[in-house]
Design a protein around this ligand. Sequence first.
Ligand SMILES: [Ca+2]
Ligand SMILES: [Ca+2]
Length: 123
Amino acid sequence: MKIVVIILTVLVLAVALLTLPGYEQVTSASVEVTPTVSEYLPVILRPLPSPTPTLLPVPTPLPTSTPTAPSGCAICSYDAYNCGDFDTQAEAQACYEYCLAQVGYDVHQLDGDNDGVACESLP
Ligand SMILES: [Ca+2]
Ligand SMILES: [Ca+2]
């Protein structure tokens, strides 16, 4: 008789587990995973790239990475110039904008008041 009681207990527990709300969530989650299989198939069917693209044409440098440095403004890595090093405000402005694009800030401190205009005192 003990075996019958154990079997009945196991059956009751199994039914209880199957009817738990958590089991329903797992079931719905597994259904949502199914579309990934169909998404995976095109990856397999995707044609292999032709071997020729490895021979790239002559790489052209990005225009923003190596623009021509203005005259008298070859250094942007440290504070190398002051307003007195330029003859005109336009030259200082060109250097200011060039190095600003290179290093991201006014490395030469040509724009003391930080209004975007370098060396207002120059002609
Ligand atoms: Ca300076
Ligand atoms: Ca300024």
